[in-house]
Write a protein that binds this ligand. Structure first.
Ligand SMILES: NC(=O)c1ccc[n+]([C@@H]2O[C@H](COP(=O)([O-])OP(=O)(O)OC[C@H]3O[C@@H](n4cnc5c(N)ncnc54)[C@H](O)[C@@H]3O)[C@@H](O)[C@H]2O)c1
Length: 330
């Protein structure tokens, strides 16, 4: 049961590869290591005891993708994680995001059709909802004005999939956090993190002096932004459920993948301090471009159709996030 996992050496991809192996699938990774390194591939082997085939290839490189698909016979499905993911960078370098995020999907789809591979799961994002009118957001909430070129690439990719002849599931992730409890796989991005929990971890480890909380005048419980934080292992497991569903059904579907609970930045800081018994220094700064005040998921559809719901507590997610940071700096 061969499954191609593009971006499988990255943060969410590596956790999904572990869950696919646990579920009896045979994942094959394609990743150009543009935002990771080989640590996660070694980590997957240590966690599962299995060697996973890895191609160091760029998904926008049509001829290399073609040769992989020719070489690897009987591919059941493809999970497409490969993309750039920084909202902030996409505001500065939009072309880089359009070229890689949309370009890679186009190459993959073209080669899938040529090689009669019918099933694709796509990493989408709750950013497709822009600043939603109603909360929680359901899958039928409309796409709104994208707050960044990154969000625009996710909207565009979903539209491409809708128009394609292939069966597909787009998973709209909310905010992934945490890591495998072994501390062997995680987010290996070379750049300074732009997401809240990785920044908190850097403050806790004294790599950064303090956390700047961007904006305290939003229309939320304490004035700071509210998001739906989901443990990456829960998120990874949703791909296994989606894959099983896709293989059985002739469908084009989208699902929200969140916990359904919104937490503010200050609540996350408090949870992290409590779970790990460390103090996080923070100050308030100006609002950040592209941020909306609050968003969290309605999970009814995914609970019912994929029989999936998040299981891991926010407390555990905070412990696992800190554990990854400690392992990373060893
Ligand atoms: N982490 C989040 O907060 C978040 C939220 C919503 C959606 N997503 C989406 O989930 C997916 C995975 O995100 P992640 O957090 O694991 O990021 P990540 O950067 O850790 O993983 C993406 C992987 O894709 C690889 N990659 C990028 N472009 C490539 C290309 N052209 N060819 C081959 N490999 C390429 C990178 O090297 C990296 O290993 C992305 O599509 C991202 O947009 C992430």
């Amino acid at each position: 049961m061969k499954i191609i996992v593009t971006g499988g050496a990255g943060y969410i991809g590596s956790h999904t590869v572990v869950e696919l192996l646990h579920a009896g699938f045979n994942p094959i990774i394609i990743d150009n290591l543009s935002n990771t390194d080989t640590r996660n591939i070694k980590g997957i082997k240590k966690i599962t005891g299995k060697d996973v085939k890895f191609y160091n290839v760029d998904c926008t490189d049509s001829s290399s993708i073609k040769s992989i698909f020719e070489k690897e016979k009987d591919i059941l499905a493809l999970i497409h994680f490969a993309a750039f993911k920084s909202v902030e960078e996409s505001l500065r370098l939009p072309e880089k995001y359009f070229k890689n995020n949309i370009g890679s999907l186009e190459v993959i789809l073209y080669q899938m059709k040529k090689h009669n591979i019918d099933n694709i799961i796509f990493s989408s994002s709750c950013t497709v909802y822009g600043s939603p009118e109603k909360l929680p957001v359901t899958e039928s909430s409309p796409f709104r004005n994208p707050e960044s070129p990154y969000a625009e690439t996710k909207q565009k990719c979903e539209e491409i999939l809708k128009d394609s002849s292939l069966k597909s599931i787009s998973l709209r992730y909310f905010n992934p956090i945490g890591s495998h409890p072994t501390g062997l796989i995680g987010d290996c991005s070379a750049d300074r993190p732009a997401n809240l929990v990785p920044i908190i971890c850097e403050v806790a480890s004294k790599k950064r002096e303090n956390l700047v909380v961007n904006g305290n005048d939003y229309n939320t419980v304490d004035g700071t932004c509210v998001r739906d934080y989901i443990h990456v292992i829960d998120l990874a497991k949703s791909h296994v459920q989606a894959l099983k569903y896709l293989l059985k059904n002739n469908c084009k579907e989208v699902f929200n993948i969140g916990t359904g609970q919104g937490l503010s930045i200050l609540e996350i800081i408090h949870n992290f301090e409590k779970a790990n018994q460390v103090k996080i220094n923070f100050t308030f700064g100006p609002r950040r471009d592209g941020d909306i005040d609050k968003i969290y998921s309605d999970n009814l559809k995914v609970n019912k159709k994929l029989k999936w719901s998040s299981q891991i507590s926010i407390n555990q997610a905070m412990i696992d996030s800190w554990n990854w940071q400690l392992n990373k700096i060893k």
